[in-house]
Design a binder for this molecule. Structure first.
Ligand code: ME8
Length: 531
């Protein structure tokens, strides 16, 4: 059997200096939806997520809490993993921690390659550093505010003056190579507005980057044998050097000859938030070019999630824990809301009313009611089995074609991570299906033309089957329930029944049809209203 094509995607790795909030959940869920879509569409997916445990930020939080950095990181990494596993249903393949032993080896190996390329040299760093952003700032990127403190102008975080011996990466040597990458691969990063910001930044000139620290020690050590004796100090890697390298560790680097690495690298997709686009679109490809490794195919930059238009912050007290939401609205409604409400790539905002609105109108009314009404009629009037359709009329073929086109529409939308577009088009088709059901009025046909009633119910069930297949990545639980109710067997063999069989159905099933005579299960409300 031919090997299924590989698809390797990643999320950013979270700093484990606190509990994850709904903004982090937004990223995990969107990556999960992408991973599930690709799996159902026949790809052999590898999905990496995890925690970014080194650096001053984690070290300082640990100090405040009276823990070692590793103790703090472990406690919070487990909390994040629990949210993935138990709250959000994230189907990752590996939860990487940058304190994992294989990650130290990978980080030291990429460092060695950059040394061998002649891109690393020793100097002294003098400038501003924001611990909260784990990022260096030039003088003109900072400002003194009313309180007399100095802040990074772009991110608004406090900066402190830092002067220390440091290794530098010759980022300046990569300006033209990066610009060439951007022009030859316009799909390298998206959305265009954020990609353009990156391009303009690179065009304005790049300075070499400080990539090691000597004034604290919570990081991956730079091996002494790679420092050719010119320093007596102990250097640890700048946290972003090791953090970005996690994407390589996750597929077996430094063993570049391994089957895993050969098959998986380069990554197909890095999903990240808008605050870290420079690290992923500038530093990361430059490191990889220096190390002689292939570049990721795409960086998708999502926007930020705000609470009723306001930035979430601990001091404002408007930070939402993922579990609070899933308990209130249900996991699938939360997943649906986050991907449907605003375009992926743009900032978005949530309010209780907005989530309830989506849940009640899109899920309970448009999808839930149609499923409930048609399945109840089939249960009652067709002996509880998918009816035999008669000859199809124009209205029937039109709605079936609409539903049919959704697979290609969704594929194209997912290719560019335009999740909202796939859902928008699916719900447009559902709107048409509701209109069809109302126009055809099978409850009246029951009295006048039972054969026609059976055709209408068959067509409606068939539209629902296609919709249910395609919404599995977004709402795995409810979509499975709906497919179970329709008697669609796992693995895509629509028609065969086995009540105990339940689970994901591959998109290969799209081309099939419901088999008349297949028993349906007793209709249960799958998309309840929010009361
Ligand atoms: O940046 N809405 O970690 P992090 C949407 N360790 N996304 C948000 C968000 C919000 N309100 N707040 C944060 C780091 N994010 C680094 C990454 S990758 C090699 C290293 C996103 O814990 C943020 O943009 O600060 C990032 O993609 C992810 O959550 C982790 O953020």
């Amino acid at each position: 059997m031919a090997l299924r094509p590989s698809y390797y995607l990643t999320t950013a790795i979270t700093y484990p200096n606190g509990e994850p909030h709904i903004g982090h959940a937004y990223e995990y869920i969107s990556a999960d939806v992408m991973a599930r879509f690709k799996r159902l569409d026949g790809f052999d997916v590898r999905f990496l997520t995890g925690t970014d445990e080194h650096g001053q930020k984690v070290q300082q939080t640990a100090q405040r809490e009276g823990l070692t950095p590793y103790e703090l990181a472990t406690r919070n990494a487990l909390a994040i993993k629990r949210v993935d596993d138990e709250v959000l249903g994230v189907s990752y393949d590996r939860f990487i921690r940058t304190t994992d032993p294989d990650h130290y080896l990978a980080s030291q190996a990429i460092w060695r390659r950059m040394v061998e390329a002649g891109d690393i040299y020793l100097d002294k760093y003098a400038g501003w550093y924001s611990v909260r952003d784990e990022r260096f700032f030039a003088d003109d990127e900072t400002e003194v505010r009313e309180d007399g403190q100095r802040y990074a102008a772009e991110t608004g975080t406090p900066v402190t003056w830092t002067e220390e011996e440091s290794y530098f990466f010759r980022l300046s040597a990569y300006q033209q190579k990066l610009l060439d990458l951007y022009s030859s691969h316009p799909e390298f990063a998206a959305p265009a507005s954020r990609f353009n910001e990156v391009i303009r930044f690179v065009e304005s000139g790049l300075e070499d980057l400080s990539i090691s620290r000597t004034t604290f020690d919570w990081g991956v050590p730079v091996p002494k044998e790679l420092t050719s004796g010119e320093t007596d100090l102990d250097h640890v890697m700048y946290v972003w050097v090791d953090a970005l390298t996690n994407y390589l560790t996750g597929v077996g680097f430094p063993d570049t000859d391994s089957e895993e690495f050969q098959r998986r690298w380069p990554a197909d997709l890095h999903i990240i938030g808008k605050d870290i686009s420079r690290f992923h679109c500038i530093f990361w490809p430059a490191f990889l070019m220096s190390a002689g490794l292939e570049l990721p195919r795409r960086v998708m930059i999502h926007g930020f999630l705000h609470n009723a238009g306001e930035k979430m912050s601990k001091s404002v007290g408007n930070v939402v824990a993922p579990a609070a939401w899933t308990q209130t609205y249900g996991l699938d409604a939360v997943r649906f809301f986050l991907l449907r409400e605003f375009p992926y790539g743009q900032d978005g905002s949530y309010t209780h009313d907005a989530v309830v609105g989506r849940k009640n109108s899109d899920l309970a009314n448009n999808l839930g009611n149609l499923a409930q009404r048609s399945l109840s009629m089939i249960a009652k009037n067709c002996a509880g089995a998918i009816p035999e359709p008669g000859e199809l009329r124009q209205a029937d073929t039109e709605i079936l074609q609409q539903a049919d086109s959704l697979l290609e529409v969704s594929r194209e939308a997912y290719q560019g991570q335009q999740f909202h577009r796939a859902l928008e088009r699916t719900w447009f088709a559902l709107g048409e299906a509701n209109a069809y059901f109302a126009d055809q009025a099978p409850w009246q046909l029951k009295k006048t033309d039972e054969a026609r009633m059976r055709t209408v119910l068959y067509v409606t069930a068939e539209v629902l089957r296609r919709v249910a297949l395609l919404i599995q990545p977004v709402m795995p639980g409810s979509a499975t329930q709906l497919l179970d109710a329709l008697g669609v067997a796992p693995g895509g063999d629509a028609g065969a029944t086995n009540a105990s069989n339940t689970g994901p159905r591959a998109f290969a099933a799209f081309a099939q049809k419901l088999a008349p005579g297949t028993p349906i299960s007793k209709p249960q409300p799958i998309f309840p209203r929010h009361e």
